[in-house]
Design a protein around this ligand. Sequence first.
Ligand code: SF4
Length: 356
Amino acid sequence: MKITFVKKIKEDGEECKKCREVTERLKAGNELTLIDKIVYADMRDADSVGLKLAKEHNIDIAPFFIVESEGNVTVYKTYMELKKKILKKALEKADIEIEERRKANAGIDSGDLTQSKTKTKPAFDIEQLNEEFERKMPQELLEWGLKEFHPCIAFAWSGAEDVAILDMLVKINPKARIFTLDTGRLNPETYDLIDRVRERYGIDIEVMFPDAAEVEEMVREHGVNLFYQSVENRQLCCNLRKVQPLKRMLSSLDAWITGLRRGQAVTRTVLKKIEIDESFGGIIKLNPLADWSHKDVWDYIHKNNVPYNELHDKGYPSIGCAPCTRFVKPDEDIRAGRWWWESPEGKECGLHVKSK
Ligand code: SF4
């Protein structure tokens, strides 16, 4: 299969706005790699490849896509159409191929899926590493992680107080990879912080989005605010909007970094600084702030003048999606405002289920 992406160049030489937006969506969905060729319909040049293709297929809008497969040619006039019919399946196929490669690399029989989750395990003595790094500064663990895995390691930045890690990482290596999950339900303050961070450090943040078609289906079936109806619905929403995009990102990595701390929740008290993440293919998970307190994090943020989410000043010590986070009173637990209608023991979104 071959996918050609036809973009338009306007009379003033600028690329059309819609074409730029579609490119961003393809990038955000990790789908740009599925496009074989980009050509331009240049309004200043009647002989441009894109204009000839538009004429040949009787198309008068841009962008559009031409898909050639087994001798058939199909034209898709919108990104959503291409996504539903082609890209979604292609990504699933790519996921399967990655998993197959992982298994092949680990020398594991293709029939045993559970064992394939131990790919990186034999390379490191996790217990010994934990002993070594338990007494060390977060920066030392980050340096180790970057030395061992970069560019196949990335920091999952939540847009909240873990911005301290982002600051440390960029100071160690400005090319360190940082991604965030845009669930589509974040607070305006969080979006604002993402842009302030980009500007302040001059870095790219890889923003991962959920699958639009799956979210549309979920909302059609259960409503927009389904998470208030039951734990199952809340977990379904977290799965589609957070876990699946995370899974997509982690499938291309050997290690990831989080801002988890032991003091954050009853579900995190035994957190190790280095873990094998069995939930995401057995890759390494680094939690450099595991032993830091809330105060340690904020001392670092203030001392280093790190930009932070304005919601923290409005009574939100822990920040997630807008409808699932409320402010907390001074005497409440710092995560009391997350999914406040549920009991504390179950308050995880699936991003950080127990690792070894
Ligand atoms: S935190 Fe709430 S809105 Fe965000 S993904 Fe989970 S259930 Fe959905």
